[in-house]
Design a protein around this ligand. Structure first.
Ligand SMILES: [Zn+2]
Length: 193
């Protein structure tokens, strides 16, 4: 999405109630809805600041993300794959984990995610699971690919028939495979998610 259309999208989405004042905070800086454009840019700037810091500190890859709810940053994340020996520790996942921990929730309904680069398929899936309402990104997938992070390959793989993928996904036919699902369906005191 071009920056111009990104801004238009932000302005459209930022104040659905029209004249009702909205106050936003990025760190200790206070914004009102008269400067919505600046608010959106400030949240994205915070994600990019985290991404930059991740590189300069030597802690991880060049990615940062923030989760925003009701005009406040409620979660931050940077890439921690090598720091934590965790291939799933992408900035978006770390930000989602941070926000869920701080809010005491396992869903982030009503939250927006600002990420320094377009999310990979894993992180996008995490956004769906977390019920993130909207995702804003800055750098594009091709920019990440040029820096050595080619997750477009994964996206393309997911579009292929199972038999054509390079990662074999093989069905194993055992008798009790459905038992856990049956138990879950029948469980009266479960916490659905
Ligand atoms: Zn990712």
């Amino acid at each position: 999405m071009a920056i111009g259309s990104f801004r238009r999208e932000c302005v459209r989405s930022a104040s659905p109630i029209g004249l009702q004042p909205q106050i936003h905070y990025v760190g200790r800086t206070r914004f009102s809805n008269v400067v919505e454009d600046s608010v959106q840019e400030a949240f994205m700037a915070e994600a990019i600041r985290l991404a930059t810091e991740s590189v300069t500190s030597g802690k991880g890859g060049p990615f940062g993300a923030v989760v925003v709810k009701d005009g406040h940053v409620v979660g931050r994340g940077t890439n921690g794959v090598t720091l934590h020996n965790d291939p799933t520790a992408h900035a978006e996942v770390m930000a989602i984990r941070d926000a869920c921990r701080r809010l005491g929730e396992y869903h982030l309904t009503g939250c927006h995610l600002y990420v320094s680069c377009m999310p990979c398929p894993m992180c996008l899936s995490a956004c769906y699971w977390a019920r993130i309402e909207r995702v804003y990104y800055a750098a594009r997938a091709e920019d990440a690919a040029a820096a050595g992070f080619d997750d477009v390959v994964i996206a393309e793989e997911l579009g292929l028939p199972l038999a054509s993928r390079r990662l074999p996904l093989l069905h194993v036919n055992v008798g009790d495979a459905l038992a856990p699902l049956r138990l879950w369906r029948e469980k009266d005191d479960k916490v659905p998610y």
